[in-house]
Design a protein around this ligand. Structure first.
Ligand SMILES: Cc1cc2nc3c(=O)[nH]c(=O)nc-3n(C[C@H](O)[C@H](O)[C@H](O)COP(=O)(O)OP(=O)(O)OC[C@H]3O[C@@H](n4cnc5c(N)ncnc54)[C@H](O)[C@@H]3O)c2cc1C
Length: 453
């Protein structure tokens, strides 16, 4: 059988594309969903069952439907959860909401397209032509489809240290992928923990450790030691401020302009929110050199201002810092060797340039998601070797056009092949969170639907 559309992946991007396809395709159409995660749609972000793992976007921004922004808030109300559009629901609830919305569409059997869920991973692409694509799945089956939407996410980043600088005998103390939360059950109550990275992933792990009963010291090490800022509390949110752009697109000029606005009284959060709808266009106007400079110098600052955290999370972590349970250090990891009990970690302190060595029982890699082109995915690596896809010029993900169509070696869109989510960051930059992915998912579904007419 040849499907009209295959959606490859099982996170938010995949469920959002599926939901929009179900609303747009005729009942005669067929969709295959290929993913190995039993909790389809939840992905890394929304499969957590910890109550304390909060959304980092207010409920009013989390509807899967861009044209019905209150949909998630209404779901929360209907399900007896207390929150306002300004409040921050739990990520577990968000996963339930997505599955609920999909289930509602699936129940309408007579009017919707047919859907098959294939529990597998796409292993390789064996044909890519005018009539569609054929994939080998890791369960031995073949899948043929006229249109394919790659929703593979981006992998977990590697440890920021050369492989040779990690003593193989301490691998047992290293948690390379903290999203596999089963590592928590191995941690002793008083164990010393070192978390690499000081962003959202670190905060998640600190909170999960506390819920698991961990009471030992947690040392956080990152290059700059910067932590995400807090969202305004519900009811205290400032209105969006329209950014004023100087004639120059140099990052330094843009930043100087924003600083001027804040000095003149603009609320910085309002300014970041006002910038958001324009970020993709702004990114697309930058030259390759300007984008590279932004990634080199601006990224850590962008991350902490743009990817903010719920006030509840902020105050919990703040009190752990005040109590000395969590300490934050700025420096560069140099080596992980064998220690008296666990591992011995050496880093260069940012300010003093001194080498510092300490002992830890666990080393947890929370340096975030890998923005490393296609390297994280065996499927994409193979497709790249076949010349079916290319990396974008900065190696953030796949080369795609403004309609999220995957480009071939000659920068020509491949018929029927799309990518959705952070994989398309080279073209869109601001495409890692729900408010942006849902718009892209709807546009891709619309493109497919109009081509099928
Ligand atoms: C912890 C965390 C919290 C977040 N919180 C928020 C938030 O509060 N608000 C917000 O807007 N955004 C949040 N985000 C951003 C988040 O990344 C997006 O909202 C969204 O979850 C990304 O989904 P995705 O489907 O693109 O990627 P992923 O969730 O990574 O899903 C990709 C899926 O593809 C599957 N896959 C990979 N390769 C194959 C293959 N070859 N074949 C089949 N399947 C494959 C993987 O197994 C995985 O299930 C958060 C992210 C994280 C990590």
């Amino acid at each position: 059988m040849r499907y009209d559309v295959a959606v490859v992946g099982s996170g938010f991007s995949a469920i959002a594309v599926t939901i929009h396809l179900l609303r747009m395709l005729p009942a005669s159409a067929s969709i295959a969903i290929v993913g190995d995660d039993p909790g389809f749609g939840r992905g890394t972000a929304y499969r957590t069952e910890f109550y304390i793992h909060r959304l980092n976007v207010a409920a009013g921004g989390m509807s899967v439907y861009p044209d019905a922004p209150d949909d998630f808030v209404e779901w929360l109300e209907q399900n007896g959860r207390q929150t306002s559009p300004d409040g921050f629901g739990t990520r577990g609830d968000y996963g339930l909401y997505l599955r609920d919305r999909l289930a509602t569409l699936l129940r309408d059997r007579d009017r919707r397209a047919g859907v098959d869920f294939l529990r597998a991973k796409a292993a390789s692409c064996v044909h890519c032509g005018e009539a569609g694509l054929v994939f080998h799945l890791d369960n031995g089956a073949k899948l043929s489809a006229r249109n394919v939407v790659l929703c593979l996410g981006i992998g977990n980043a590697d440890l920021p240290v050369e492989r040779g600088k990690v003593d193989p005998s301490v691998e047992r103390c290293i948690v390379r992928n903290p999203w596999r939360l089963n590592w928590l059950s191995k941690v002793g109550q008083g164990d010393k923990i070192c978390i690499l990275g000081s962003g959202l992933t670190m905060l998640d792990q600190v909170l999960a450790l506390r819920v698991h009963g961990h009471r030992g010291p947690i040392r956080v090490l990152s290059r700059r030691g910067l932590l995400p800022h807090m969202h305004a509390r519900a009811g205290e949110r400032a209105p969006e401020v329209r950014p004023e752009f100087p004639p120059s697109r140099e990052i330094s000029a843009l930043l100087a302009g924003f600083r001027r606005q804040v000095r003149a009284g603009a609320d910085w959060r309002g300014l970041m929110d006002g910038l958001r709808p324009m970020t993709q266009r702004l990114w697309q106007e930058l030259s390759k050199g300007q984008r590279a400079r932004f990634l080199r110098h601006g990224l850590p600052w962008w991350n902490i201002h743009r990817h903010r955290i719920a006030p509840e999370v902020f105050s919990k972590v703040n009190s752990l810092r005040k109590d000395g349970v969590v300490t934050v250090h700025a420096g560069f990891l140099q080596a992980i060797g064998e220690g008296a009990h666990g591992a011995s970690v050496t880093y260069i302190e940012r300010r003093s340039r001194r080498h510092i060595t300490f002992q830890t029982d666990w080393m947890v890699n929370c340096t975030g998601m890998e923005r490393a082109g296609v390297a994280h995915s065996p499927l994409l690596r193979k497709m790249q070797r076949q010349g079916l896809i290319t990396e974008d010029e900065l190696g953030l993900g796949l080369s795609v056009d403004r309609n999220a169509r995957v480009l071939d070696l000659n920068e020509v869109p491949r018929r029927g092949l799309y990518a959705v989510g952070a994989l398309t960051a080279g073209q869109f930059w601001e495409i890692t969170a729900v408010p942006d992915i849902r718009v892209q998912a709807r546009a891709v579904a619309g493109d497919i639907a109009s081509r099928m007419q």
